[in-house]
Ligand binder design. Structure first.
Ligand code: F3S
Length: 412
């Protein structure tokens, strides 16, 4: 692999031990993937930062790296951690967990990574442009950046994303190349995909099928489009998050909708070697719903909610008080934009805006949550294995009705 003089200097330790370690990681990854050289990245999103997931070993690894004195050289952001930094006491997180999580954040801040703690940085801190090279790590953020924005990023691991942050570089392979962005299969959708829960079910079906195309499966969807208006982004986020969770899909094209399909749809379609047809979402929807005991919390905001998502949910409540607590997960940057009047109205109605964390990476058992109702297929994919909780899956609209009613209505 061709390294630039600056890359070689970093490798030799000219910019310190931390940057040398970073360039070593990237050079090794580049060799594994036969990358011809490195690309400059515009921004980095670092995942794998919840103390619940990384534990003491991950914390030790980050603190050691932070102690080596290197700093990020491009804008770099954190994925959600394990607790809300402001509401942790109110939500029942333990002081011990919060102390450990704070150390993870402090180590990353020392390296120069901003504590944005969100998987939707494109709603607030950065909106990548078409063609920008990035090194993002969280799978739904990667899917959105590649597919909806037309930026270019592989799905990085925590250490490789951090290495890109400290060097501003990433090996040029996979989704950084035109060849890597070609579809592997066309997907003809013959049924309606209306709600975000439908989009999640479609993503789950396609994601599972794409697992057969290998780790670089890219679908080209035909016959489907997101709703216009307030729910467009939520629908696209739900679809990408589900495909990424069920099939490691990091890029999708939608005919006439996503930027690369708009630009060169017929050419992309020619590259698809496989075909599939989806006539119904029924199986996908059923597979996401498991049921369980009494619902402890209705959780929305996976991926993290935007201001539009929050307004939409507020509207659905129509001033009715929720009998089951509703938590909307988002970033602190979005939460501070919710005006005080709306925030207190939502609180009155039983809705909390929870920032910095999410339903998958928070230690749910420790805070007494056993059963959740969700509208996210990505959450449905990970919650059974990560959190062993009971799972109810429905559209955002149905979830709000469930919260207001105080119980699940069988037959959904
Ligand atoms: Fe984001 Fe957590 Fe879902 S990181 S995509 S809210 S699992």
């Amino acid at each position: 692999m061709l390294l630039s003089p600056a890359d070689r200097d970093m490798l030799a330790g000219v910019r310190g031990a931390g940057a040398a370690k970073a360039m070593n990681i990237l050079a090794a990854l580049g060799r594994i993937h036969n990358a011809p050289d490195m690309a400059d990245v515009k921004s980095v999103q670092v995942s794998g930062i919840s103390y619940k997931n990384i534990g003491p070993h991950g914390l030790g690894f980050l603190e050691e790296w932070a102690g080596q004195g290197s700093k990020t050289v491009v804008p770099s952001f954190m994925n959600p951690g394990g607790n809300d930094r402001r509401l942790w006491k109110e939500l029942g997180f333990s002081a011990d967990f919060v102390e450990k999580q704070s150390r993870v954040i402090a180590a990353l801040e020392k390296l120069g990574v901003e504590p944005t703690l969100t998987c939707t940085p494109y709603h607030t801190v950065t909106k990548p442009a078409f063609g920008d090279h990035l090194a993002w790590a969280e799978s739904s953020a990667v899917a959105y950046a590649n597919s909806v924005l037309g930026a270019r990023t592989n799905r990085e691991g925590g250490p490789s994303a951090l290495a890109a942050a400290l060097t501003g570089r990433t090996p040029r392979h996979g989704l950084h190349t035109d060849a890597g962005r070609m579809p592997t299969r066309s997907v003809r959708v013959n049924c309606k995909v209306l709600s975000t829960a439908d989009a999640g079910a479609l993503g789950a079906i396609v994601g599972k099928a794409l697992a057969e195309d290998g780790s670089a499966g890219v679908p080209y969807l035909l016959g489907v489009e997101p709703p216009e208006g307030l729910r467009r982004d939520a629908w696209l986020k739900a679809l990408g998050a589900a495909m990424a969770a069920f099939g490691s899909t990091a890029l999708f094209h939608i005919d006439g909708v996503t930027p690369e399909a708009k630009q060169s749809g017929p050419e992309l379609l020619k590259a698809a070697k496989r075909e599939m047809v989806i006539d119904s979402l029924e199986d996908g929807l059923k597979s996401l719903h498991r049921g369980g005991g009494k619902i402890d919390v209705v959780a929305v905001g996976c991926p993290h909610a935007s201001l539009d998502d929050i307004s939409y949910i507020h509207g659905l409540l129509k001033n009715r008080k929720a009998k089951i607590p509703v938590w909307i997960f988002t970033s602190e940057a979005v939460r501070v934009q919710v005006d005080a009047q709306r925030l207190s109205a939502l609180r009155e109605l039983g809705v909390k805006i929870v920032a910095d964390t999410c339903i998958v990476v928070a230690p749910l058992k420790d805070i007494g949550i056993k059963n959740v109702a969700i509208d996210s297929a990505k959450s449905a994919c990970y919650l059974p294995s990560h959190q062993q909780v009971g799972l109810y899956y429905a559209s955002t609209e149905e979830l709000v009705e469930t919260a207001v009613r105080g119980e699940w209505k069988a037959g959904k």
